[in-house]
Design a protein around this ligand. Structure first.
Ligand code: TYD
Ligand code: MG
Length: 458
C-alpha cells in the first residue's frame, strides 16, 4: 500500500494544505496548522457500519416540553435575545473595546441578582476593585452579585462546583481565560477554544445561562477561532460609534429566536439606559426642512425606526475626480443609485462630490432605504427641501422602477404616530394607506416620479 501523503489542517477554519505553514493561508490564524492523516486510510482499515451502539430516534414533538426563559430585567436585552435568557445556553457577546459590554452585563447581572437569581461575574480584565467602583457609580453596589477576578478556568470551575450553580454566569472576557491543560498563552486559538468548551459544558450541565465576552478584531469579527461562534447558542454584537451615545445590541446568531431583533441603549452618566422609542433618537429634531435631508422608516426586526438620511452635493469646477463618501450605508449601493438617477432621470452627478450620512451613527442595511437616499440626493442637488413631514421608502431597480418592500403598513403607522403626514413609497402598497388615516400616501411607480415631486414639477 502506498504511504499516505501527509496533509496539514488548520484547527481554526479547517483549511487543508499540503505543507506546514506558520500562518493559515485562509483564515490568517497563526500556529493552527496540524498534521492530519487523510480519512481514507481509516476507512480502508475499519468498516464503520458495524460494531457501534444503536442510536435511538426521537419524535420532533415532545409533549410538555417548553422553552423556559428568564427575564434579565433589561427589556431591550431581552428583546435582542428573543425573549430572555435560556437556562443552559451559551451567549457570545462581541463588541469594540469601550463600547459598554462590561457595563451592560454588570447591569443585567445586578438586575437578575436583585430578582433573586444566583449570579456570578468573573472579571479577567479588571480587578475586583475596578468592577466595584463601576457598580457603585451605576448605583448597583447593593446587588448580591458574586464577583471575582480570576483567569484560571480550573480555579473557576472548582469554585463553581463547590457552590450552588448560578443562574447567570458572566466571563469577561474569554480571551483572558487560560486552561493549564492546554499549551499557549491566554487569547491563543487553542486556549480560547479549550476554555470556552469547558465553560459551555459546565453551563449545559448545570442549566446556567453563560455569557462569554469576546474581543473584536480590526475587521469586526470576534477574535479567536470562528469555531467559537459555532460552539455557542447565541452570538450578539454590541455596536455603535463611540463618539455617539447610541448603542445597538444585535443578535447575529440565535438558536432560540429570531436574529433580526435589536435592542437600543443610550450610554449616559449612570450607565446604559434603555431606549424604548428609538425613532425619536435618530431624528435630528428640526422643525424647518432642509435641502438634502430625507426621513426613512427603517425596520429592525419587527420594530420600525425612523432615521434621517443626509446628502451633500458639491459642484466641482476643475476636472478632478469627484469624491463619494458614505457613512452608515453601502457605498456600492450609492454608486448604483447615482447611476440610475443619471441614466433614468437625466440628473447629472458626474462632476459633483457626493457625501451621504445616516444620522445618529446608525448603520442601514434595509434595501427599502433606496428611495429615501435618492430623495436626499435629489433634494441636495436641486437645493430644494423635501415637503415638510414626509417619509420615503422603497427599493429602486436598475430600470428606475420603485419596487415594493416588506411591511409598508408598519412603516406608515410608525411614521404617522411620530407626526409625519406624507408617505412616498411603491405604488403596489398604496392600499395599506387605509391603515393610517392621518397620513397621505403617494404611491410612485418610477424614480422619475419622485424626482418630479421633490423638484416641485407636479
Ligand atoms: P465598558 O463597559 O468598560 O466597555 P467594554 O467592556 O465594552 O470595553 O464601557 C466603557 C465606556 O463606557 C467608557 O468609555 C465610559 C463609558 N461609561 C459611561 O459613559 N457611563 C457609565 O456610567 C459607565 C459605567 C461607562
Ligand atoms: Mg470590558
Amino acid at each position: 500500500m502506498a504511504k499516505p501523503k501527509k496533509r496539514y489542517v488548520c484547527q481554526a477554519c479547517g483549511s487543508v494544505s499540503a505543507r506546514w505553514q506558520g500562518q493559515c493561508p485562509d483564515c490568517a490564524e497563526w500556529n493552527t496548522m496540524v498534521e492530519d492523516v487523510p480519512a481514507t486510510v481509516f476507512s480502508q482499515k475499519h468498516d464503520l457500519s458495524s460494531g457501534g451502539r444503536r442510536v435511538e430516534f426521537e419524535p420532533l414533538d415532545a409533549p410538555g416540553e417548553v422553552l423556559k426563559r428568564r427575564a434579565t430585567g433589561l427589556a431591550e436585552l431581552d428583546r435582542a435575545l428573543g425573549g430572555g435568557l435560556v437556562p443552559g445556553s451559551a451567549i457570545l457577546m462581541g463588541g469594540d473595546p469601550g463600547i459598554g459590554k462590561s457595563t451592560l452585563l454588570l447591569q443585567a447581572a445586578a438586575s437578575i441578582a436583585k430578582a433573586g437569581g444566583q449570579t456570578v461575574y468573573i472579571s479577567g480584565e479588571e480587578a475586583a476593585g475596578q468592577v466595584r467602583l463601576r457598580a457603585s457609580r451605576l448605583g448597583l453596589a447593593d446587588a448580591p452579585i458574586k464577583l471575582a477576578a480570576a483567569t484560571s478556568v480550573r480555579d473557576i470551575l472548582t469554585t463553581l462546583k463547590s457552590m450552588e450553580a448560578p443562574a447567570f454566569l458572566v466571563i469577561d472576557s474569554i480571551q483572558t481565560m487560560h486552561s493549564d491543560t492546554i499549551e499557549g498563552a491566554p487569547g491563543t486559538v487553542s486556549q480560547v477554544r479549550g476554555c470556552a468548551f469547558e465553560l459551555i459544558r459546565y453551563a449545559k450541565e448545570h442549566g446556567c445561562a453563560l455569557v462569554l465576552v469576546g474581543h473584536v478584531t480590526k475587521d469586526g469579527s470576534i477574535a479567536g477561532p470562528r469555531v467559537l461562534e459555532h460552539m455557542v447558542d447565541v452570538v450578539m454584537s454590541f455596536e455603535g460609534e463611540r463618539s455617539h451615545q447610541y448603542r445597538i445590541l444585535r443578535a447575529i446568531k440565535n438558536r432560540f429566536g429570531a436574529v433580526d431583533e435589536i435592542g437600543v441603549f443610550a450610554m449616559a452618566g449612570a450607565g446604559l439606559e434603555e431606549v424604548a422609542n428609538p425613532s425619536l433618537l435618530f431624528l435630528s429634531g428640526r422643525e424647518t426642512p432642509l435641502a438634502g435631508s430625507a426621513v426613512f422608516p427603517a425596520l429592525e426586526g419587527t420594530r420600525p425606526v425612523l432615521i434621517e438620511i443626509q446628502a451633500l452635493i458639491v459642484r466641482l469646477q476643475s476636472g478632478a475626480t469627484p469624491r463619494r463618501a458614505v457613512v452608515g450605508w453601502d457605498s456600492g449601493r450609492l454608486a448604483m443609485l447615482l447611476a440610475v438617477l443619471e441614466s433614468r432621470c437625466g440628473l447629472s452627478f458626474s462632476t459633483a462630490e457626493v457625501y451621504l450620512n445616516v444620522a445618529g451613527g446608525y448603520r442601514l442595511s434595509d434595501p427599502a432605504a433606496d428611495l429615501a437616499v435618492a430623495a436626499a440626493l435629489v433634494s441636495a442637488l436641486a437645493d430644494t427641501p423635501i415637503k415638510s413631514g414626509a417619509v420615503c421608502f422603497g427599493e429602486v431597480s436598475l430600470a428606475g422602477e420603485i419596487r415594493p418592500v416588506a411591511h409598508a403598513g408598519l412603516r406608515l403607522r410608525e411614521s404617522a404616530k411620530l407626526g409625519f403626514r406624507i408617505g412616498y413609497g411603491p405604488r403596489e402598497t398604496a392600499d395599506s394607506k387605509s391603515d393610517s388615516p392621518d397620513l397621505n400616501y403617494r404611491g410612485l411607480s418610477k424614480l422619475a416620479n419622485l424626482v418630479d415631486q421633490v423638484m416641485g414639477r407636479t
